[in-house]
Design a protein around this ligand. Structure first.
Ligand SMILES: [Zn+2]
Ligand SMILES: [Zn+2]
Length: 197
């Protein structure tokens, strides 16, 4: 079995994590996860939903995108072109998967990031349309938050975020929102009343 990226380095047997037998490239340090091995390992892992919000949370992991990350690759087991799923972390990277045999390729360092994100137990999910839609929604939320931080400064913005979360969870939270809106209406009315023009 040869490295899917350079197609010449033989892959050697490794164990990526306890109970998961994988194939490793000694040259690019990428890892091949044979589908059968991954599925057996996956069944023994606790179930958990992937959370796109994790993508914007700070992670304690060093990562540099592998130089071969964007290079097209062939499945080392069946020769099909590997499909790519973009992981919108910073820096973004691609996880690859064979559409035929469902084996997975992680370039150097990617597994560690996936593990920290909690995505490593469910890598196939990253290739689904549904997941990509969820990621885009999350990106919009992040952009909105960023705009608030830029306009109000990080301290006040943080208070707003906490307040918003509390109001969202409170059964009568909409009273709080209505109060805020009323206050601002009054401020605006007072301002226009004192406006001589
Ligand atoms: Zn390699
Ligand atoms: Zn394959």
């Amino acid at each position: 079995m040869l490295c899917p990226k350079d197609r010449k380095t033989p892959l050697i047997d490794t164990c990526l994590t306890e109970g998961l037998n994988t194939k490793h490239c000694t040259d690019c340090k990428g890892t091949w996860l044979p589908a059968a091995e991954y599925k057996v390992w996956q069944k023994r892992q606790p179930e958990g939903e992937l959370d796109p919000a994790r993508l914007s949370a700070p992670l304690d992991v060093e990562f540099v995108q592998a130089p071969y990350d964007t290079r097209a690759a062939l499945c080392p087991e069946c020769g099909a072109y590997l499909a790519r799923a973009r992981v919108n972390w910073r820096p973004a990277f691609y996880v690859e998967r064979c559409p035929a045999c469902e084996g997975i390729w992680c370039d150097h360092g990617e597994w560690a990031v996936l593990e920290k994100l909690g995505f490593h137990r469910s890598i196939h999910t990253l290739f689904s349309k549904d997941w990509q839609v969820r990621v885009r929604k999350q990106q919009l939320i992040d952009q909105e938050r960023q705009a608030i931080i830029e306009k109000l400064g990080p301290e006040l913005a943080e208070k707003i975020f906490i307040l918003t979360a509390e109001l969202e969870e409170h059964p009568k939270g909409d009273f709080g929102v209505a109060y805020l809106m009323r206050r601002f209406e009054n401020v605006r009315n007072d301002a226009s009343a004192s406006d001589p023009y």
